[in-house]
Design a protein around this ligand. Structure first.
Ligand code: DGY
Length: 320
């Protein structure tokens, strides 16, 4: 008898179909709507493998509804939507998608950095709104990226890819991380700094650290107050790392130049969230890894894990 696989989104048929060799597949039939929680809880009742996105919470409650579950595959490198401790207690494996989205996400971070520094979305709105009457010297002036200091919080794969891009812009790179990255320091001249120093010294602060109990609310009112008034804050990791209310107040009071946000505490962000009223906020719908090549690579890593499990082989990209 085939194992039961439940997929919480409609993924491309050519990606899913090869799995039919090993699995009875059930799939939520919407591409862009999250499966309602009660439907998900019912769907996992007899499934052995569960393929989820970051919008699905795999927690104690779900596990109580899923007595046969053996493998959870997450279409993301970040796995804050999965209670890995609860899974481990039950001997359930989990996998993610490391490595394949590094460059794509780092590119997007740089896009956000340039967009905020040079006020690109605001300038485009200005033009489309018919406000461009003439050229004048101080029109829509921004901040230089070249030669500025970038402070990267979280120097994992993506943080380091951002840092390498920064070198290409002649930026001075400082970073904060749980572990020193001696090799990157020697190879590229990146400099380690305690968080407080990084916040004080950086023209651009980029958050790339994973979201967990150590980093929830890491950047609050106190940390924002340490930043320079003309600094830019970029977040392409997880929204909960920044206190959004404090960020709104800081920006509103002119104590920060701008923020570039690809992630929010609650996603999708509510359209009446006050942060969206600020012209110096560039807000994106969590598209860090959204290139066709990278999303396909992420799906493929998940397929490989699910296939290996179906064949009784070792499963790679396990979250430990
Ligand atoms: C990840 O992989 O964690 C991203 O945030 C989703 O693409």
């Amino acid at each position: 008898m085939k194992k039961k696989l439940f997929i919480t989104r409609k993924f491309p048929a050519h990606i899913v179909e090869p799995l039919e060799e090993f699995y009875d597949i059930e799939q939520w039939q919407e591409e862009d709507i999250v499966i309602p929680r009660e439907k998900l809880l019912a769907a996992v009742a007899d499934c052995e493998v569960l393929w989820v996105t970051i919008a699905d919470q795999v927690d104690e409650e779900l596990l109580l509804h899923a007595p046969n579950l053996k493998l959870v595959t997450n279409l993301a490198v970040g796995f804050n939507n999965i209670d890995v401790v609860a899974l481990r207690k039950r001997g359930i494996m989990a996998t993610n998608t490391p490595g394949v989205l590094t460059n794509t996400t780092a590119d997007l971070v740089f896009g956000l950095l340039l967009a905020t520094a040079r006020r690109i979305p605001e300038s485009e709105r200005y033009l489309r709104d018919g406000k461009w009457q003439s050229w004048y010297p101080m029109q829509l002036v921004g901040k230089d990226v070249s030669g500025a200091t970038i402070g990267i919080i979280g120097m994992g794969r993506i943080g380091q890819a951002v840092a390498r891009r920064a070198k290409g812009f002649d930026m001075k790179v400082i970073y904060h991380n749980r572990r020193r990255r001696h090799e990157a320091e020697e190879m590229y001249g990146f400099r380690y700094a305690p968080l407080e120093d990084l916040l004080k010294q950086s023209d651009f602060v980029v958050i790339m650290t994973p979201f967990n109990s150590d980093t929830v609310g890491l950047i609050g009112a106190k940390e924002l107050a340490m930043m320079q008034e003309d600094a830019v804050l970029i977040n392409a990791s997880r929204g909960g790392i920044i206190d959004e209310t404090a960020l709104y107040d800081t920006l509103k009071n002119g104590k920060l130049w701008a923020a570039g946000l690809d992630v929010f505490e609650y996603e999708p962000i509510s359209m009446d969230h006050p942060i969206l009223t600020l012209p110096n906020v560039v807000a994106l719908p969590h598209i860090g890894s959204a290139s066709l090549k990278t999303r396909t690579a992420m799906l493929t890593l998940n397929v490989n894990a699910i296939t290996a499990y179906g064949q009784g082989k070792a499963v790679s990209n396990r979250i430990d």
